[in-house]
Design a binder for this molecule. Structure first.
Ligand SMILES: CC(C)(COP(=O)(O)OP(=O)(O)OC[C@H]1O[C@@H](n2cnc3c(N)ncnc32)[C@H](O)[C@@H]1OP(=O)(O)O)[C@@H](O)C(=O)NCCC(=O)NCCS
Length: 209
């Protein structure tokens, strides 16, 4: 059993706290760089102070509870000495042949198939499914209820929105955002926002690709 500090104090931090408790650990409190959050209570646990103060608290581990991909990226780069705890809900289903990176979260009901590789600081959210041979790169987020077929690549920092589904083998480019409910049937370029069934994204002044 570990005493765990959670970075962040919003909705995603609540999900992280829930997983920490379900894993049999103890929540030591939350850390947030917003000074207005200090002293607040989240799920009955205190917001203790800034992230840089992590070593001053009585704790054995630190977990990421931040939903925004850019923010997780910045926090992990800004704090290279933090040994990030990987959060795996006991009711996530994870193949013994999958690899899960440091500081990533597999939430309640998520599924990760054989030979899937999950990078660092990734979120596989509630009931999301990542099938065999997928590659989910650092700081990406496969949102609530999204379904990735086998051999899908989600590049660094990309968001696959809630309830999306994909064709096998597609690539979602780095830091792209795919809107909730989209059907991803071909590769999505880096950096675009894509929505719809099938997913489309702005091509320029003359319409959508
Ligand atoms: C796609 C998305 C990123 C766009 O956000 P935004 O830039 O703030 O967009 P807006 O809400 O201003 O909407 C812009 C237009 O896109 C449409 N739109 C927004 N989201 C859409 C979606 N998921 N599917 C289809 N159309 C969408 C809006 O209806 C609006 O259309 P209009 O201009 O004809 O009125 C966002 O809506 C989304 O779906 N994010 C994913 C959220 C998610 O799943 N988070 C993870 C939770 S675990």
């Amino acid at each position: 059993m570990k005493r765990v500090l959670i970075v962040g104090s919003g909705g995603h931090a609540k999900v992280a706290a829930d997983i920490v408790l379900e894993m049999g650990h103890v929540v030591a409190g939350f850390l947030d760089d917003d000074p207005d959050r200090k002293g607040a209570k989240v799920l009955g646990f205190p917001v203790l102070g800034e992230i840089s103060e992590w070593a001053q608290h009585e704790a054995d581990a630190v977990a990421l509870g931040v939903g925004a991909n850019t923010a997780r990226h910045r926090i992990m780069l800004d704090h290279p000495s933090i040994p990030w705890l990987t959060l795996i809900h006991p009711r996530a289903t994870v193949s013994r042949f999958a690899q899960i990176g440091e500081g990533s979260m597999l939430a309640f009901g998520s599924c990760v198939g054989p030979d899937a590789v999950i990078g660092r600081g990734v979120i596989i959210n509630t009931c999301a499914s990542v099938d065999h041979d997928c590659r989910i790169h650092d700081f990406a987020h496969v949102a609530v209820g999204a379904t990735l077929a086998g051999t899908v690549t989600v590049e660094e920092g990309a968001l696959v929105g809630a309830g999306c589904s994909t064709r096998p083998g597609v690539t979602i480019g780095a830091w792209a955002a795919v809107g909730a409910g989209a059907a991803i049937v071909r590769d999505i370029p880096a950096g675009v926002t894509a929505v719809g069934v099938p997913a489309r994204w702005p091509k320029g002044p003359y319409g959508y690709s």
